[in-house]
Design a protein around this ligand. Structure first.
Ligand SMILES: O=P(O)(O)OC[C@H]1O[C@H](OP(=O)(O)OP(=O)(O)O)[C@H](O)[C@@H]1O
Length: 157
């Protein structure tokens, strides 16, 4: 039997083995609670990041944990996408001014992509701020293949 050798392979095996469910939902907080998995996530996701990436972006809250793990591993900076609650109950995504230089190639990191709505909204925001969109790297893809293709999604599982 061939044992997993790369960080991505090891993380993929642990995610399949150790993912905890709460009803029909994945209890993603348990991924961070597992020391072995947590230590692997940055290096594992970094293996999926295109070589020409200038910066890593991530949205609150999971992206604020995973994005810096990946960015640190690659020696890149992190662009935080904030979620601002509005008075009408909606949430606005925001990036602070000066975060993105014109044409900078930015990759989004997230724990999972489900409908793809959040990633698509972040893509619009980053492009509005002058970024070149490289796609999404995630731990888990739940979305249909056409959504993944449109977003440029590469997932570990
Ligand atoms: O593909 P979508 O259907 O848009 O959903 C995916 C997003 O939903 C979850 O975030 P959530 O908004 O629950 O915030 P969290 O990061 O705090 O869990 C998850 O972390 C993804 O970011």
């Amino acid at each position: 039997m061939r044992l997993p050798v790369t960080a991505a392979e090891r993380a993929r095996a642990l995610l399949r083995e150790r993912t905890v469910h709460a009803g029909d939902r994945i209890a993603t907080l348990h991924w961070w609670r597992d020391p072995e998995l947590l230590a692997l996530l940055g290096p594992a996701l970094a293996e999926l990041v295109p070589a020409d990436t200038d910066a890593i972006a991530g949205a609150q809250s999971s992206g604020y944990l995973l994005g810096p793990l990946v960015a640190t591993h690659l020696g890149l900076g992190f662009i935080g996408v904030q979620k601002r609650p509005e008075a009408d109950g909606t949430i606005t995504l925001a990036v602070a001014e000066g975060m993105i230089r014109p044409g900078e190639r930015v990759l989004l990191v997230d724990d999972l992509v489900d409908t793809g709505a959040q990633a698509a909204a972040v893509r619009g925001l980053l492009i509005h701020h002058g970024a070149t969109w490289l796609g999404v790297v995630a731990l888990l893809a739940l979305c249909p293949p056409d959504v993944a293709e449109d977003l440029g999604l590469v997932a570990l599982t």
